[in-house]
Unconditional design. Structure first.
Length: 163
């Protein structure tokens, strides 16, 4: 009996193609960023979001890492009756309810924090998977969907070089 005979071989393994955990993780990261911005606003400190970028030097060919400030907008707004939160996935608004995408909170920033923490709990429990997957779908461009198929010429092989 050889060592390899102890292993079980198959032709091909099917890959798991479930996007829900990835989408859920990205949403929770976005909510955590909002919580950091909220904490900075409570302390009256400025909040800047930075991302790590890489740049290749043309002359030497070396790649260097640097921090770059990226655009950032908060999900909450202050209205006459208190704050409201509009959760997003990237730049797209998430429709969590038939009533709308905006969540009404109380008159304090602590109420906004409570709503953001509830969103994290709901996402981790899988309650937001359906709306998150709908928003995260990439839409095909209308032009690409309606492109006509090029008609065939009937020739089987090319006889010239195309000049």
């Amino acid at each position: 009996m050889t060592v390899l005979s102890k292993l079980q071989f198959v032709k091909e393994v099917e890959a798991e193609n479930d996007r829900a955990p990835h989408v859920r993780k990205r949403f929770v990261e976005g909510v955590n960023t909002q919580l950091e911005a909220l904490a900075a606003e409570v302390e009256n400190k400025p909040f800047t979001l930075t991302r790590e970028r890489r740049e290749k030097d043309e002359e030497t060919g070396e790649t260097t890492k640097y921090e770059k400030v990226v655009r950032f907008s908060v999900w909450w707004t202050k209205g006459p009756k208190g704050y409201s939160v509009e959760p997003r996935y990237g730049s797209k608004k998430i429709q969590l309810s038939d009533a709308g995408s905006v969540i009404k909170t109380g008159p304090k920033l602590d109420d906004v924090k409570a709503v953001l923490e509830l969103l994290i709990q709901a996402a981790n429990a899988g309650e937001l998977d359906k709306p998150l997957l709908e928003v995260s779908e990439r839409k095909r461009k209308a032009d690409e969907a309606e492109k006509p198929v090029t008609p065939t010429t009937g020739k089987t092989e090319r006889t010239t070089r195309g000049h």
